[in-house]
Design a binder for this molecule. Structure first.
Ligand code: OXT
Ligand code: ADP
Ligand code: MG
Length: 578
């Protein structure tokens, strides 16, 4: 047989990985090339996949994680590709974060020779990556033989997107890529995953129990979490809220499932509705720290661990979530789409709306808070503060509701959440369950790549620094991303001083008046130095019009922020004052 004839009947590990991913509808790869995956990235591109190459794997990992949030409900996880040991470790934080947030992501890392690693003989980038990944993700697999690549990728996809979504690690040792096998047998070994995230229909009695509880409520409340946004059951969720007439509160990444301006939104009366509500329906939201564990003063409890007296109905795909913090009186286990539609069927067309004294009391509180906020937003101080700058961003999102918003920081995060209204689902992407800094540029890249829409990333100056080098990535791929840095010269504020009077600045303080916009200019994008709301407005509007990679350095009063933003109470203060 000639060499040509021989190659045409063979395939190898590289091609089987690519074919398996493509067969399962995975077309975007977020990664960073190097030994042993450099050729894999080249061949992926040659085979028509979009390979987005980052400057640091943490950012590639964050991109894959948020791609998973955006597309997981359609059965497609986000995929990150890295080199061995250090590259793998760099991406691991994103894999752990994806798992914590219940986002489907697959981290594929090349790894060193098993025989050498297992005998600790000191291979290039030696590390037992599978063992390290295992406790930090939902599932972890290693493929040693080319004929198992199809199964390995199928298992990774199913593990990531089915049930409670999460991160999956797939270990591909260097030797695997050049293994050859008969092309026809290779093709036959691939698996197209059928129904990757099967529906999980709730038990009818769980729906009846929940509806009975909800019917008896005098002060019902619906709490929408990012699981509800993830599930892409938008129409049914909107119908449930509107047919029942129950006020709802969106968690931060659930903003926009219904427009934030919806008359039933209780977001502007948060601290009123939580302690007052008597029956709370949680849809894709956990009673974790962000909801004060469902008890304590936030919920009207007498002390910080006391139950406030609410009854809870919880819709979640993971039954293990129920009772994790307080008793769940009516658990509904299933996927949100199926559970909400079953509730809608049970509600029919004759649901009695909540008592008017409840909805009126919420509206009173809301109106007062919104009026107070409007007063603050109308001010235009020099230098800008968070409110005046965000008033600009708020107007822009109102005019461009399809734009995606990436958001990180402390004050830059908290003020944005309450000031900038979202009008459509899955448009707000932020620090999530861990409150993790550094997601900014990775999320912004994936948001642009996956949605083909404009992206505005509002980042604190500290937060931005964690992934700042990726402005080169944004410029390189010419992505329509406008990064807005809220530059207050530091972490929370720029005003701390070194109590010793020494030459070092305080730990929370940065170089004053840093010219971040020049970073984007260095790579051919647009840099804007914005000291006024007019300059900020023009900068963002121009960026949205042109679609050019833009970085706006928005100068914010360095005294404006508070320690840890809205979560100051979680910051331990020294009991002993020296
Ligand atoms: O009802 P009340 O009266 O209470 O009012 C509420 C609403 O009713 C009202 N509201 C409205 N009023 C009028 N109109 C409208 N439309 C409206 N909407 C709402 O507003 C208030 C507030 O509403 P909200 O937000 O809904 O309610 P609340 O009480 O805040 O909700 C509670 C929470 C817990 C749900 C919420 O606060 C929340 O989601 N918080 C998330 C907090 C978070 O995750 N923070 C990030 C972490 S902070 C810290 O860890 C940081 N680090 C350390 C670090 C991290 N994180 N990661 C890594 C890898 N390394 C280190 C660092 C380094 S932050 C940070 C950098 C900070 O510096 P930057 O320079 O980046 O940022 P700046 O601070 O800007 O300088
Ligand atoms: P938030 O921070 O917005 O409150 P969480 O991340 O705490 O949201 O909660 C999301 C919840 O949604 C998780 O408990 C997860 O199991 C659940 N979830 C995710 N996807 C689905 C789905 N398709 N159907 C049902 N529950 C889901
Ligand atoms: Mg700051």
């Amino acid at each position: 047989m000639s060499n040509d004839a021989q190659t045409s009947t063979l395939t190898d590990g590289f091609h089987l990985v690519i074919d398996a991913l493509k067969l399962n509808g995975i077309s975007n790869i977020y990664g960073l090339p190097g030994i042993p995956v450099t050729d894999l990235t080249r061949m992926m591109q040659a085979e028509g996949m979009r390979v987005i190459s980052f400057r640091h794997e943490a950012n590639a990992g964050n991109a894959a994680a948020i791609a998973g949030f955006m597309n997981g409900a359609k059965g497609v996880p986000g995929v990150c590709l890295t080199v061995s040991a250090p590259g793998f470790l760099n991406a691991l934080v994103a894999l752990a974060n994806a798992t914590t947030n219940c986002w489907p992501m697959i981290l594929i890392s090349g790894s060193s020779e098993r025989e050498i690693v297992d005998l600790s003989q000191g291979d290039y980038e030696e590390m037992d990556q599978l063992a390290i990944a295992k406790p930090l993700c939902k599932a972890a697999f290693r493929v040693l033989n080319a004929e198992d690549i199809g199964v390995g990728i199928a298992r990774a996809i199913r593990a990531a997107v089915s049930g409670r979504p999460g991160g999956v690690y797939l270990d591909l040792p260097a030797k695997l890529f050049s293994q050859t096998m008969d092309a026809a047998a290779g093709k036959a070994s691939l698996i197209k995953v059928v129904d990757p995230a099967p529906r999980q229909i709730p038990a009818p009695e769980s729906i009846t129990r929940a509806l009975n509880l909800l019917k008896g409520a005098k002060k019902p409340l619906i709490l929408l979490g990012k699981g509800a946004a993830y599930a892409q059951a938008d129409k049914d969720i909107q119908a449930l809220v509107e047919k029942t007439g129950i006020p709802y509160l969106p968690m931060s990444m659930a903003k926009g499932i219904l427009p934030d301006t919806h008359p039933q939104s209780a977001a502007a009366a948060r601290s009123f509705v939580l302690p007052e509500a008597d029956v709370v329906l949680l849809i894709g939201a956990r009673l974790n720290w962000l909801l004060s564990h469902g008890k304590g003063k936030t919920w009207g409890g007498k002390d910080h661990k006391d139950w406030g007296g609410q009854k809870f109905i919880q819709i979640d795909i993971a039954s293990t979530e129920f009772d994790s913090n307080v008793r769940i009186d009516a658990p509904i286990a299933g996927d949100i789409g199926s559970c909400v539609s079953a509730m809608l069927a049970g509600i029919g067309n004759s649901w009695t709306k909540p008592p008017a004294d409840w909805t009126n009391a919420i509206n009173d509180k809301k109106t007062k808070n919104i009026a107070k906020m409007a007063e603050t937003l109308a001010k235009d101080p020099k230098p800008m503060n968070f409110h005046s700058a965000l008033n600009v961003v708020r107007d822009i999102f109102k005019a461009h509701p399809d734009t995606l918003l990436v958001n990180e920081g402390a004050n830059a995060l908290d003020f944005t959440r309450s000031i900038v209204d979202m009008y459509k689902p899955r448009k707000r992407l932020d620090v999530g369950t861990w409150g993790v800094m550094g997601i900014g540029m990775g999320f912004a890249v994936a948001a642009a790549v996956e949605s083909n829409q404009r992206v505005v990333a509002v980042c604190g100056d500290s937060a931005f620094g964690f992934s700042g080098m990726e402005v080169e990535t944004i410029a390189r791929y010419n992505l329509p991303v406008c990064v807005v840095i809220f530059n207050n010269n530091g972490v929370y504020r720029g005003t701390d001083v070194n109590p010793t009077g020494g030459a070092d600045v305080a730990p929370t303080v940065f170089v004053k008046d840093a010219r971040y916009e020049k970073l984007m200019e260095a790579f051919g994008g647009v840099g804007v130095y914005a000291q006024t709301t007019a300059e900020l407005r023009k900068g963002i509007e121009d960026a949205l019009k042109s679609g050019k990679p833009t970085l706006i350095n928005a100068i914010i009063d360095e005294t404006a922020g508070t320690e840890s933003g809205r979560i100051t109470s979680l910051n331990p203060a020294a009991a002993l004052k020296k």
